[in-house]
Design a protein around this ligand. Sequence first.
Ligand SMILES: [Cu+2]
Length: 277
Amino acid sequence: MLLRRTLRTGLAAVCAATLVAAPLLVPTTASAVRAEAAMQSITIKVAKTAINVRGTRGLDAGRVKVTVRGAGAAEIVKLDAGYEDREFKKDLAAAGKGDMKALKRALARVQFLGGFEAGGSGTVVLPGGGEYTVFSFASRDLAHFGAGAVKEAPMPDVDGRIVGKTGPKWGGSSMLPAKGTFLFKNADRTVPHFVVLQQVKEGTTADEVLEFLQTEEGPPPFLRAGMETASLSPGRSMTVDYDLPPGHYVVMCFFPDPHMKGMPHALMGMLKIIHLM
Ligand SMILES: [Cu+2]
C-alpha cells in the first residue's frame, strides 16, 4: 500500500495547494472521503470446523469490502434456489475427483462472486438481495449471510487490471506496482477463472512455464512469492489488495475446464508473464 499511500499523500498536497486558489474543491474532496468511509465491510474467519462471517447485520447488496482470516481462502457464492448445501458440497468434492457431470451441475447452479486467501482483502460485488454462501477448501463447514437490495458503491481506485478472456487466455496489465490493488474481471462468457500470481525466475517465458507444468521435468521456474484469488463466474469482477516482492510473475488459472475433461486452464495455455515493479 506504500505506493498508493504516497500517491494519495501527493494528491492531498496538490489539493491543499489548489484549495487556496479554488475553495470550491472542498466539497468534492469531502464527499470522496465520505464515499470511501461508507463502504460496507465484512470479515470472514475460516476454521477447519466452521466459517464465521462478521459485519453482515443490515448488509446491502452491491460492492462490499471483504477481509479473510484464519485457516484458508474463503469464496463467496450464490447458489440457485433449490440447490442445497449438501448437493453443492457433494458436487464440489466429486468435481475435485474428476467427475465432469458434478462439475457441470455445480457450474450451472452456482455463481462464483470472488473471495480471498487468509490474510487477503478486497471488494466483491453481491449482485442482489438474498442469501449468500461462503465455502472454503480448508473447512468442513459452509456459512450463510443475507443481503438487502443493491446499494451502489463506487469501485476503489485500482493500479491495474487482470482480465480472464475466452480462449482461455489473459488480458489486462503487463506491469503493476508491487503493492496495491488490481481489478480482476472475468470477461470470458463460458467458464469461471481465478488468479494465481506466482513469482518466476527473471526472464522466464509463458512457454517455459507451460512446458514445466505439462512435463514436470527439470527445475521449476518458480520462486517463492505468490498469491491467489477465489473464482469468478463469467461477467463478474472483484478488486484484490496485494503486496508482493517486485519481480517477474506468471498469471495462471487452474480452474478445471468442464469441456476438457477437467484440464486446468493453465495447462490449456492460460499463462501470462507480468512485471511487478
Ligand atoms: Cu480459468
